[in-house]
Ligand binder design. Structure first.
Ligand code: FCB
Length: 464
């Protein structure tokens, strides 16, 4: 592989999310979120794992900041727990103080804080009132945003409204493999819209209260390929692209839902929850678009006869997250695969970034997540020789560089994840960290990938 360098000022970072690392689930006035309820419901998560303790970051945050410094990172992407800082629609000072200390700690170390307002942990009381399918939840999100952005302001470098609203809507309310575990197709589409609306409402709050901060949203855009060059398979790609990608890109960046999405889903919903002006509200101008990339998607139009695969990589359920696309099948893809069963294909990273370059040429991009779970083994000397993770990261970072060479305006890269953590329905079984967490002792150990990443960051170039 040829030596690959990155533009001066390229932002290298690591990412985490509140429920996945913090623990301290009922400390200092935190209220339950939908993930507390879901993970405590028997059968919902692997081994019944919950985020009650997680990586105990709430108590070990100072140590964890030390790891960021030693890695030499320029940015840290974390999320703020809504039920910790704004339970019952009122400020919880102890919760806000936690993030205030974290942000100040980052600034003292010269690390740019990249804060996500919502990484899936809706306060349970708002789910009880209807959750994201209900419009009022978007207004409650605006209230929460006003309070926390008012408190932290532009000490935060980049405010990200949502992480992967696709997952919140379709996995939370469609297939039910994520909290709150509902399987209501029409409600999932209403959730899509209220998440988009909430993004616009909160985005305007950020603009007003933190005028020097940058505004972003993070999407898990799908790289969708057809199983054949038939017209039917091309149409499968179009339909999944509408649900997965353009349901968000449309309102957020172009100010309108795509007509084919509304037509495809008409048997399920008339979208009457979209009110005049909502799409304009959703399209608040962004400074940077966050891109999460892990693998690719392969689809065909099902012939109604042959066995289906439904291998979309998003967890097994009797209910599809692909609302109104029951005749689209998702095919397994050639390996190698990660421990999530996701195929490893760095070319998809380049492809995605070039699509965004073409469609939104003036919008800066940031890789806000990329990484891999593998069944790590601890060597007798305590080291973790995670060669496959190093290889995964090396090839994907190289793919980002290839896109930059071809004109994609990518400003940074955040590895998922700083630490092993609670991988949602997969609990603690799937480890994504470049730093290992021993969940019995909470001891952190750098894996080989952390050492490799430090070298990459120090040189702003792929190590040999
Ligand atoms: C993304 C999530 C993140 C983590 C990775 C593996 O979908 O944003 O929290 O679970 O996948």
């Amino acid at each position: 592989m040829t030596a690959r360098t990155f533009p001066p000022g390229f932002l290298w970072g690591a990412a985490t999310a509140a429920y996945q690392i913090e623990g301290a689930a009922d400390e200092d006035g935190r209220a339950p979120s939908i993930w507390d309820t879901y993970s405590h419901t028997p059968g919902r998560t692997l081994n019944g794992d919950t985020g009650d303790v997680a990586a105990d970051h709430y108590h070990r945050w100072a140590e964890d900041l030390g790891h960021l410094t030693e890695l030499g990172l320029g940015g840290y992407r974390f999320s703020i727990s809504w039920p910790r800082v704004f339970p019952g629609g009122k400020r919880n000072t102890a919760g806000v103080d936690f993030y205030s200390r974290l942000v100040d700690g980052l600034l003292e170390r010269g690390i740019r804080p990249v804060a996500t307002l919502y990484h899936w942990d809706l306060p349970q009381e708002l789910e009880d009132a209807g959750g994201w399918p209900v419009r009022d939840t978007a207004l409650r999100f605006q209230d929460y945003a006003a309070d926390i952005v008012g408190a932290l302001g532009d000490r935060v470098d980049t405010w990200t409204t949502f992480n992967e609203p696709w997952c919140s809507a379709y996995l939370g309310y469609g297939s039910g493999v994520h909290a709150p575990g509902r399987t209501e197709p029409a409600a999932a589409l209403a959730a899509v819209h209220h998440l988009n609306l909430a993004h616009g409402l909160a985005g305007r709050v950020v603009r007003e209260l933190a005028p020097r901060a940058r505004l972003s949203v993070t999407l898990n855009l799908h790289v969708i390929r057809p199983a054949s060059d038939s017209a039917a398979d091309a149409d499968a790609v179009r339909r999944i692209d509408a649900l997965a990608n353009r349901a968000f890109l449309g309102p957020l960046l172009d100010g309108a839902y795509p007509a084919d999405l509304l037509a495809d889903t008409a048997p399920v919903s008339d979208w009457s929850f979209v009110r005049d002006g909502d799409e304009r509200t959703a399209a608040v101008p962004l400074d940077v678009l966050g891109v999460n990339y892990y693998s690719t998607t392969l689809v065909r139009t099902w012939d109604g006869v042959s066995p289906r695969s439904d291998a979309d990589g998003h967890g097994r359920s009797a209910h599809s997250p692909w609302i109104g696309a029951g005749d689209v099948d998702f095919l397994p893809q050639p390996g190698p695969h990660t421990a999530m069963g996701w195929n490893i294909d760095p070319s998809g990273m380049t492809e995605l970034l070039l699509r965004l370059r073409d469609e939104y040429p003036h919008l800066p991009l940031m890789i806000t997540e990329n990484g891999a779970a593998f069944a790590d083994e601890v060597a007798p000397d305590g080291a973790v020789h995670d060669d496959r993770r190093v290889d995964y990261l090396r090839r994907h970072v190289d793919a980002v560089g290839a896109a930059i060479d071809q004109g994609a305006d990518v400003r940074g890269y955040f590895v998922w994840s700083l630490l092993d953590n609670f991988e949602w329905a997969w609990g603690y079984d799937r480890r994504f960290g470049i730093i290992r967490v021993d969940y019995d002792t909470q001891v952190r150990t750098w894996k080989d990938s952390a050492h490799w990443y430090r070298e990459l960051v120090a040189g702003n170039a792929l190590p040999d």
